[in-house]
Design a protein around this ligand. Structure first.
Ligand SMILES: [Zn+2]
Length: 455
């Protein structure tokens, strides 16, 4: 197996710390909003990596966090806590927001046939681990405390910019013009380990006692503390989006290596590229914020989406288009029909083809692996095709879910509009009509909703 390592900027031979075993930490979702297409792609590709490693005979331990506190709207300690923002927007408590969006995340992963991590850890369940880690960093002289927070002093950690390749001086210039939220902060790149419940966070809902006062942890310390707890000081593979390189993962390295004196904290850094929709960045204001429910509502099968994801290499930026999905859906339906009678065996999986194996072993070249699958299909080697799709996590036996009928969607949209204009009587009446026809509405934030068929 060969993998591109962001640390060295090279495709390297994969050699784990312990032969035959792989520890894999994947940065998980911040559960304050719906799981969208970008997330679906990221976790699907994590899953393909895990399945590929397992197929190659490695014993994988896969850990993923759920961030339910401390992730601010700006990764570099600015703005407000995303969970608090989600609560304010939806009128729910932060705990309800976390639970609601964690559930949506789980449902989305299930639909995409993403294997659940062996350990899924919530930040709020690991506050003592984080406090212990901050205390260790403090003892070693890597921190300083202001009236507002406890910071990691980046100038004390010589390898701070190793992953990003940026110069610390550049970081200083880049943020010079931004609003300084804490005048006692020494260097703009210093990042918060612990936020005190004072000033802009005086009303912060989630808070815990600590040696530095009542407060809550920073986002970065969560991943260092939880990865250390479940995987130890050395991790073979750590994944995340490329946006995590300059701040989140850079900070994780600093915290973990400073605390344990072990280097490297991570052997292979794997980063996923962005996803655009119809050529544009996905955002709520553009109305192109697509969820798994949107995919299903339009009658597409999540496995067709998975197939579409695999057509782009994980390090390439992907441009999602509805027409491309429609094309892949046709292919998927064809596969479903052809493969319904295939009964692959272990032997088939081991002998799919040299090209297929080599493609996956070559930094997870899924586009080439898929091309080989279609070549095998043309040759009529259906058992091999079935086994290959299985390795990539594409199931063919399941029938696509029935799409929600248009008139039900329209009623739900009308209801959302009624709620917006505070016509609650009308909203209730529309909800009843929808329920009478066998569907249920679940309200999300921003007047978004989900429709599910009653069972
Ligand atoms: Zn993380």
């Amino acid at each position: 197996m060969r993998l591109f390592n962001t640390m060295t900027k090279e495709v390297e031979d994969f050699v784990p710390f312990f032969e035959g075993n792989v520890s894999m930490y994947c940065c998980g979702p911040t559960v304050y909003d719906s799981t969208h297409l970008g997330h679906l792609r990221k976790y699907t590709m994590d899953d393909v990596l895990r399945r590929t490693l397992q197929f190659m005979g490695y014993k994988v331990k896969h850990v993923m966090n759920i961030t339910d506190v401390g992730h601010l709207t700006d990764d570099a300690d600015m703005g407000e806590d995303k969970l608090e923002k989600g609560a304010r927007r939806s009128g729910k408590t932060v705990w309800e927001v976390a639970e609601y969006y964690t559930q949506i995340f789980h449902e989305s992963m299930q639909a995409m046939n993403v294997l659940p991590p062996h350990i899924e850890c919530k930040a709020t369940d690991h506050i003592p681990d984080m406090i212990a880690l901050i205390k260790e960093l403090e003892r070693k002289g890597y921190t300083y405390t202001t009236e507002q927070a406890v910071y990691f002093d980046v100038t004390k950690f010589a390898r701070y910019t190793e992953l990003s390749g940026q110069k610390l001086a550049d970081k200083k210039t880049a943020v010079r013009d931004e609003v300084v939220e804490d005048p006692q902060k020494k260097h703009p790149a210093d990042f918060s380990l612990w936020f005190k419940r004072v000033g802009r966070f005086a009303d912060h809902t989630m808070h815990w006692p600590s040696p530095w006062g009542d407060g809550f942890p920073g986002w970065h310390i969560e991943c260092s503390a939880m990865s250390m707890r479940y995987l130890g000081p050395h991790i073979d593979i750590h994944t995340g989006g490329i946006d995590h390189i300059p701040v989140h993962h850079t900070n994780e390295i600093a915290q973990s290596e400073a605390a344990t004196d072990k280097h490297p904290f991570v052997k292979y850094w794997v980063h996923h590229n962005f996803l655009h929709v119809e050529g544009e960045k996905m955002s709520k204001s553009l109305g192109n914020f697509i969820t798994i429910d949107d995919i299903k509502r339009k009658g597409f099968h999540p496995m067709a989406l998975r197939l579409l994801f695999l057509q782009t290499h994980y390090r390439q930026q992907m441009n999602f288009t509805w027409s491309a999905l429609a094309g892949v859906q046709k292919t998927y339906e064809k596969l479903n029909t052809i493969l319904s009678k295939a009964t692959p065996t272990y032997h088939d999986a081991q002998n799919i083809s040299r090209i297929f194996h080599e493609a996956l072993a070559d930094d997870l070249n899924t586009p080439r692996a898929l091309a080989e699958i279609f070549a095998l299909l043309d040759e009529g080697k259906y058992n091999h095709v079935s086994a290959a799709l299985d390795i990539l996590g594409i199931t063919t036996e399941s029938k696509p879910e029935e799409p929600i009928p248009e008139h039900i969607v329209r009623l739900a949209q009308e209801r959302a509009q009624a709620k917006k204009t505070k016509d609650f009587a009308r909203a209730d009446e529309l909800r009843e009509r929808i329920e009478q026809q066998g569907y249920r509405i679940q309200d999300a934030s921003d007047h978004r909703f989900r429709l599910v068929k009653k069972t």
